[in-house]
Design a protein around this ligand. Structure first.
Ligand code: BGC
Length: 841
């Protein structure tokens, strides 16, 4: 739950008739006890003086209290002790080293921190209230010239305020496969945050990584492929931070389902149980790219990793992040994700949000005074935080924190316009390029010579209300088109209605998904609005019905457009990958209209098997979540002003059962109180699974049509003559890991030609088959997107790094460059790879 958001709207929330559970509030007695238990345990461990040795102790799988039984009389686990040691203990927490680019900021931060009192230091480790709508606010220490910091959502644009843009969401950016455009989006978005006085952008998202196909937040991230997600997170981090705003790359790590993400009552959060190799090759991979790109902040996640809470997990934070990846920035808790005091500090969490009242604050001061937490750890927390502030130049020329974040948009407030007209074309291009055309029969698209166009479906138009109405209004959370009671059930834990039961937003089109990753929708162009304008210019007659599931259809329509959506939101996983209402509507129209084109705004994977083969369904577009330019972008594609160039950043299956992991794991059996999610499929998610199991997808990963055609030729594979090919990297750890992991070992080139008669862009993809046991058949390891005029060609170049060609070796705890023959495939999708070559290492 975005409890910070809730905090910033506390006043109005109090007047709300609804009640909600605020996870940042007082801890449950259960958690307090657990916190005390962990504190005692940690102290004992320190006294014993051998933390590492404890890992070797036999696991105690005993119950510490009377056995408790479930309703069937089965004994269930009631004590965390059962899981002790599942996650390797890594202590102490590594201090910031100030290496490389961080040297100067590190020095300045140390000096500033040296001037703080203990009380001031403690104050800087936790959020505080403010008279802004910043979901998180780090307090000022004016005495030393630190004005505080505003932390605000999220990765798809600044949420919950006015005069900002609604940018294409993560999944849409992923579908564009366009690094340059991603960078420009990051810059445009970053500037808006900066103008509004937001120091930390709470994004981008690379966790969830898309393991659970029904996951409620997959749309916030770029792709279910770690390489694609990693390449785009790199662009985003560098671009946002390039304009002086710190990125909080989130949610670290293994945050794959919304169901049971937070503890409640007798239940603990779900545990993502991930083996070491899978962790490195899949879930950590894009975080590694973000750290390598210099992300100043990482947000630790709600759920548990190998049965240790994300923000109290010494293996992931001290071990993976701060040791192996050499992370120099600070770790902020997700809102309300702290469930232990001393343990989170020792495990490497640096700042708690939205406040530290329950477990840090004065308790942290006590813990430092009584020696439970070394003062050096406390100082490291703040040095990391303040260093990132210096690193982005926020000490020099940054607007006052939260200056453009009015606490209540219904009350008089100062206008701070974050938008910048030079990024309007980026908003439109971004919206265009994330549309993926997957069916285009009988050249249905682009539309031409329309005398009559008929439009159907609840999702063509804007919702009736698009207005911040005070308090916890749907506008703040991208929930204007959805059932707000149901949204609140998941997001605010409102009781009385069920979360995750409805698949669609039936009150209108969607520009983003729901929750903290939603965008602020002020100037939005719905598909219908843009079509009306176009039809007006062309003199096309328009008929529409947005209400009926079985509309009448004028038989002389030249084309029928059917609009549906697939909604998803933070706080709940999705009920399904298809919905019979929308599919029924599509079939109904298609039965009556020989040229039916389906447009689905999908916040995640949407199956189409129920109608895709209908002979009258001539076109299908996955329109994803385009942001404010939605309608304009769609019209430009429908009418051929733009040539579609998006490709699927995930696999569309024929049936649900084809996926490795469809839905979330639930509490069950002896784990009724400690839900377990075992990532037993390993790295075999999405196309890796389809390839391994030989399952034919409906539309493969990387697939998308264009109005032109492309050809591939002239593959060349070149081993570097300079790089070393040792089996293991030998370089020093820099931000992102050992520095030679980024050495380019092999260069691949191929010629891409536009063989059709209109200009267009093609996403050329390189897949690598690594000759190692347990490696997928192929993995994406490069992509380029040249724009080609008709009958022209271009040579694209892919650079394979040591990491790209390695597997994670659990014995040596290093990336291992495998010996043998690697297969290299290049083409237009993961299942259309005409160029095949090899390279031997
Ligand atoms: C979400 C985060 C978000 C935070 C602040 C949490 O509920 O998980 O992604 O940044 O709230 O609103």
């Amino acid at each position: 739950m975005a409890s910070a958001t809730l905090l910033s709207h506390k006043a109005s929330a109090r007047h709300s008739t609804r009640s909600y559970r605020d996870p940042s509030g007082p801890p449950s007695p259960h958690n307090t006890k657990k916190g005390i238990a962990i504190v005692i345990l940690v102290i004992l461990i320190i006294i014993g003086g051998s933390l590492a040795g404890l890992a070797a102790l036999p696991k105690r799988k005993s119950q510490s209290s009377e056995p408790i039984k479930d309703e069937h009389g089965n004994i269930i686990i009631t004590d965390d002790v059962y899981f002790y040691g599942d996650s390797e203990p890594i202590y102490p927490s590594p201090s910031m080293t100030g290496q490389g680019a961080w040297a100067e900021s590190f020095k300045k931060a140390k000096q500033l921190v040296g001037r703080l009192t203990l009380e001031e230091k403690v104050r800087l480790t936790a959020g505080s209230s403010s008279n802004t709508s910043c979901p998180g606010f780090l307090p000022a220490v004016q005495r030393v010239g630190f004005p505080g910091m505003c932390l605000a959502d999220a990765g798809n644009g600044l949420r919950g305020t006015d005069f900002v843009s609604s940018w294409p969401s993560g999944i849409h950016v992923g579908a564009s496969w366009n690094k340059k455009l991603t960078r420009t989006r990051g810059e445009g978005m970053g500037r808006e945050f900066r103008t509004k006085g937001v120091n930390v952008l709470l994004g981008p998202v690379v966790g969830p990584a898309g393991r659970v196909v029904l996951g409620g937040r997959n749309w916030e991230g770029f792709s279910s492929d770690p390489y694609l997600a990693g390449a785009l997170v790199r662009e985003t981090v560098q671009a946002v931070q390039g304009v002086g705003v710190i990125t909080s790359t989130k949610h670290f790590v293994g945050n794959e389902q919304e169901t049971n993400r937070n503890p409640g009552g007798d239940l603990q959060s779900v545990s993502s149980n991930i083996d070491d190799r899978t962790m490195h090759e899949l879930y950590l991979w894009p975080f590694q790219d973000a750290v390598h790109a210099g992300t100043g902040n990482i947000m630790c996640s709600y759920q548990r990793v190998n049965n240790s809470y994300g923000c109290a997990n010494s293996k992931t934070q001290n071990g993976l992040l701060k040791t192996e990846l050499g992370f120099q920035g600070w770790v902020v808790s997700d809102w309300g994700a702290q469930h232990a005091g001393v343990a989170t500090a020792l495990a490497g969490m640096d700042v708690v949000m939205p406040n530290g009242d329950a477990l840090w604050g004065e308790h942290l001061e006590d813990a430092v005074k009584n020696g439970s937490i070394p003062e050096s750890r406390l100082e490291d927390m703040i040095i990391r935080t303040i260093a990132s502030w210096y690193q982005m130049g926020q000490d020099e020329d940054f607007p006052p924190p939260g200056v453009g974040m009015a606490i209540d948009l219904t009350k008089p407030h100062r206008i701070v316009d974050g938008r910048n007209s030079s990024f309007r074309s980026t908003l439109l291009d971004g919206a265009v390029e994330g549309h993926v055309l997957v069916k285009n029969n009988r050249s249905a698209l682009p539309l031409k010579d329309l005398k009559l166009l008929s439009i159907f479906g609840y999702s063509a138009k804007n919702p009736d209300v698009n207005n911040p109405t005070g308090g916890l209004s749907p506008w703040l959370f991208g929930a204007g088109s959805f059932d707000y009671e149901e949204f609140g059930a998941g997001f605010f834990s409102w009781s009385g209605s069920t979360a995750g039961k409805t698949a669609i937003a039936f009150n209108g089109t969607i520009y983003s998904g729901g929750g903290s990753g939603a965008t602020s929708q002020s100037l939005v162009v719905a598909p219908f609005d843009a079509i009306v304008q176009q039809a007006y210019d062309d003199g096309t007659a328009l008929l529409w019905d947005f209400y009926s599931g079985q509309p009448d259809v004028n038989p002389v329509s030249d084309a029928c457009l059917v609009f549906g959506n697939a909604y998803a939101t933070e706080g709940a996983d999705r009920p399904g990958l298809r919905d019979d209402y929308t599919d029924g509507l599509i079939k109904h129209v298609a039965d009556r209209c020989s040229n039916t084109i389906v447009v689905l705004h999908n916040a995640g994977i949407r199956l189409v098997n129920q109608f895709a083969d209908h002979p009258n369904v001539t076109g299908i577009i996955f329109a994803h979540l385009p942001g404010e330019a939605s309608g304009r972008a769609l019209v430009s594609i429908l009418y051929g002003q733009s040539n579609p160039s998006g490709k699927l950043p995930y696999t569309v299956a024929r049936n649900e059962k084809d996926y490795a992991v469809l839905g979330p794991d639930k509490p069950e059996g002896i784990f009724a109180r400690f839900p377990q999610s075992n990532f037993t499929e390993g790295v075999f998610v999405d196309y890796r699974h389809f390839d391994a199991q030989n399952i034919e997808p409906r539309y493969p990963f990387g697939f998308g049509l264009s109005y032109t055609t492309f050809g591939y030729s002239q593959l060349s594979v070149q081993r570097s003559s300079e790089a070393n090919f040792y089996e293991y990297p030998i370089g020093a750890v820099v931000e992102g890991g050992q520095e030679d992991l980024w050495d380019i070992l092999v260069t691949v080139e191929a010629e891409v030609s536009n063989t059709g008669d209109v200009a267009g862009a093609e996403v050329a993809q390189l897949y690598l088959g690594i000759p190692a046991g347990g490696a997928p058949v192929r993995q994406l390891r490069g992509f380029e997107k040249p724009f080609l005029n008709a009958n022209s060609s271009e040579t694209v170049r892919f650079e394979l790094t040591r990491r790209d060609m390695s597997v994670w070796d659990v014995m040596t705890q290093k990336w291992r460059l495998v010996r043998g023959e690697y297969k290299i495939e290049v083409g237009g999708s993961s299942r259309d790879l005409p160029l095949v070559g090899t390279v031997t290492i």
